[in-house]
Each structure stands twice: as structure tokens, then as C-alpha cells.
Design a protein around this ligand. Structure first.
Ligand code: HEC
Length: 352
């Protein structure tokens, strides 16, 4: 019996060794694998969830499956409900959630309630939202205590937003911390021009722009409002790297170090002029030479790993196969290390 156990362990160990340290083909655990048991307070990277349509639902998808990006900015097929095709528990790890009071309350005597055209548009906006990851925190049918605005609120729920919220929804204020997919990879839902993903950008913009006009908000006022997440997010995303200090960078022997004691879930070596990573799924800047990510069910990696290696639990995202390019002596690079999404611990440039 004991012999058998040992053999199994040996087999497992040798597979691990092959998949993690063989330099020909780096192939590690899949990051964002939903079958793993994620650690608490770790942001789970987005992944595509493909499922059979529910009874009564149909799909035009060529595979016959309904595929949904499990992410805040993801959307399932138009007309379907996001939470029936993707995990809202996962989405709620991807940005902070807290219950919050509405910024305003709908009035039961609002004359717009009698305006058929307006009510048709409101119903369309609400239906669009039902297909998106936004509902994971903004619908009381999914969560007992939604964050500020709730699409299930009686009456004209958009009144739960303040002017700034409406400007974010209509795309007049940035919300890049929520990430975005190309619409062709997101069931036709675009989030490049509006706060919420939509299949009809012009129609969505028109709805929220009309709402701002009704509120009497001027363009100048909008220009002075903070984007989603406020200056804090902009400061992180646009922070200039500083020259690496002693103990930060990649040594001649390939040892990659950072000085903060914290473990890392994302380690980037990039060309010197590469910008800082955005949030997933837009987290791979141009000029990324090597990106190591740690699976949400594994402990973060410690400083001192080798450039191009793959510690257990980690996965090389860039390049997708093979070794990263050898660093060139005398050339400068950008090292960016994050404890987790939007939590950088090192942002510096070093000369190899
Ligand atoms: C993981 C939870 C979560 C998800 C998912 C989420 N939000 Fe929110 N949202 C929040 C929280 C928390 C607040 C802040 C509430 C407060 O403090 O008033 C908020 C507030 C907002 C506001 C008001 C602006 C502000 O800063 O107060 C807008 C607009 C907004 N969200 C848009 C969206 C859109 C669009 C989506 C989908 C693309 C989305 N949210 C998805 C949690 C979430």
C-alpha cells in the first residue's frame, strides 16, 4: 500500500517538474481556473464560461454553447441573464463590493412614468444591464444589499444615480478600472464608449445624455467630476516608474527581486517605455516580455524567483509558449510587480 502511494506521489512530482521547470515548453496551471479553491480576498482573473443554454433558452453560437466572460465588464448573450450563465461570486472578487445607499430616490409621481417612449427606453437599458456583470453588485434580485443603484428598484431606478453616476454610465466620464473587451469577444456588448456594456452605443449614450440634460448638468460641470474610482485609480495607472533601487531588478544570473516583503500575484518584465498594466482583461501592456501570474488558489510568489521560471501555482501568461526573450546586457527594462490587481508593490526601471 505504502509503495503504491509513493509511486503516485512520484508520478505527480515528475509531472510537476515537467510542466513547471522544463524550459522548452512552459506550461503551468491555468490561471483563473474556476475549479480551484480561491484564497480569500484574491481577485479572480476573468475567464470564459461556456454552458449549454438553459431549458427554454436558445443560442445562435456556432458551438451551441452560451459563452460568457466572467468579469465585471463581461456580458452574456443579449436577452439572457448574466447570473444564469456566469458566477457573480467570482465577479465580486474583481473590484471592492460594499452595500451603499442610493444617491437619490425615484418619485412615484414622476411624469416620465406616463411617457411610453421613455419607459420603453428605460426597460431596454434595464434589460441590457441584466445581461452584464454590473448586476452582480447592482441588482437586489442577486444581492440583498446592492451598491448604491439597483435595477430592481421600483419606478425610475436611474434616479438612484447622481449626476456623476449618470455621466459615467453614458460614457462622459472614464471608468477604465472596470476593464473592457472588444465587442466581438463579448457577445456584441461594447464598453469602450459607455460605462455599462451595451449592444447599441448610440442608444445607450442618448438615454443617459438626455437624463443629464433633464438634471440640468452642463458639460463644464461634467469636466470637473471625478472618473469612476476617483483620482486614486488614475494615480496608480499613470504612476511613472522610478529607477530600481538596490535589490530590485533582474541580476546577471536571472534572479528577479523586489524589495517589498509582500508576495506577488503578477510579475512583469517589459520594455523600458511600456506603460503600466491596466486591470484585466487589459492587463498586458505592449512591450511585455514576460508576465508571470499566480493562480487565485495558490500563495503568491516571493521575491528571488528566476526570470523565465515557473514556480508551482504560477503560470506564464506572456509569452504564451516557450521562454521569454533573453535580456540584453546594457539595455533598460521596466519591472512591475503587483500584490494583486491595482496593488502595485514595485514599479521601476533597471539596466541589465
Ligand atoms: C463587485 C461589485 C461591483 C460591480 C460588479 C459593479 N459595481 Fe458599480 N459600484 C460598486 C460599488 C461598491 C460602488 C460605490 C457605491 C457607493 O459607495 O456609493 C459602485 C458605484 C457605481 C457607480 C456610481 C459612481 C460612484 O462612484 O459612486 C456607477 C456609475 C457604477 N458603479 C457603474 C458600474 C457599472 C457600469 C458596472 C458594470 C460594468 C458596475 N458598476 C459593476 C460595486 C460594483
Amino acid at each position: 500500500m505504502i509503495d503504491r502511494v509513493c509511486t503516485i506521489v512520484l508520478i505527480l512530482l515528475s509531472t510537476l517538474a515537467i510542466s513547471c521547470s522544463d524550459s522548452e515548453q512552459v506550461e503551468c496551471t491555468s490561471v483563473g481556473d474556476p475549479t480551484g479553491d480561491p484564497l480569500p480576498n484574491v481577485s479572480i482573473p476573468p475567464y470564459l464560461d461556456c454552458r449549454d443554454p438553459l431549458p427554454g433558452d436558445t443560442t445562435d453560437s456556432p458551438t451551441g454553447k452560451v459563452c460568457t466572460n466572467v468579469h465585471i465588464s463581461g456580458a452574456t448573450e443579449e436577452g439572457k441573464r448574466f447570473e444564469q450563465y456566469a458566477s457573480c461570486d467570482v465577479v465580486r472578487t474583481q473590484r471592492p463590493y460594499w452595500p451603499a445607499e442610493p444617491k437619490g430616490l425615484p418619485s412615484p409621481t414622476d411624469p416620465r412614468l406616463q411617457d411610453q417612449d421613455f419607459m420603453t427606453e428605460l426597460a431596454w437599458v434595464t434589460d441590457q444591464l441584466r445581461s452584464t456583470g454590473c448586476v452582480c453588485c447592482h441588482s437586489s434580485s442577486i444581492l440583498a444589499a446592492p451598491s448604491q443603484w439597483d435595477i430592481e428598484m421600483e419606478g425610475i431606478w436611474t434616479d438612484a444615480l447622481d449626476s456623476r453616476g449618470a455621466a459615467i454610465m453614458g460614457g462622459q466620464l472614464a471608468s477604465q478600472m472596470l476593464g473592457h473587451y472588444p465587442s466581438q469577444d463579448n457577445n456584441g456588448f461594447d464598453r469602450d464608449h459607455t460605462g455599462m456594456p451595451t449592444t447599441d452605443v448610440a442608444r445607450m449614450q442618448a438615454f443617459f445624455r438626455a437624463d443629464l440634460e433633464r438634471r440640468g448638468v452642463t458639460q463644464e460641470e461634467i469636466n470637473n467630476m471625478e472618473p469612476l474610482g476617483g483620482g486614486f485609480i488614475d494615480a496608480i495607472l499613470n504612476e511613472e516608474p522610478t529607477p530600481c533601487e538596490e535589490g530590485q531588478g533582474v541580476n546577471q544570473d536571472g534572479t528577479l527581486t523586489w524589495t517589498d516583503n509582500k508576495g506577488a500575484r503578477y510579475v512583469y518584465v517589459m520594455n523600458e517605455d511600456s506603460s503600466n498594466p491596466r486591470t484585466p482583461p487589459n492587463h498586458v501592456p505592449e512591450g511585455t516580455l514576460w508576465l508571470l501570474q499566480v493562480s487565485p488558489s495558490d500563495q503568491p510568489v516571493a521575491s528571488g524567483l528566476r526570470y523565465g521560471s515557473c514556480p508551482p501555482g504560477a503560470s506564464q501568461t506572456i509569452p504564451s509558449t516557450g521562454e521569454p526573450p533573453a535580456l540584453v546586457r546594457g539595455q533598460s527594462y521596466h519591472l512591475y510587480v503587483l500584490e494583486d490587481v491595482l496593488k502595485p508593490i514595485t514599479n521601476c526601471t533597471f539596466t541589465y
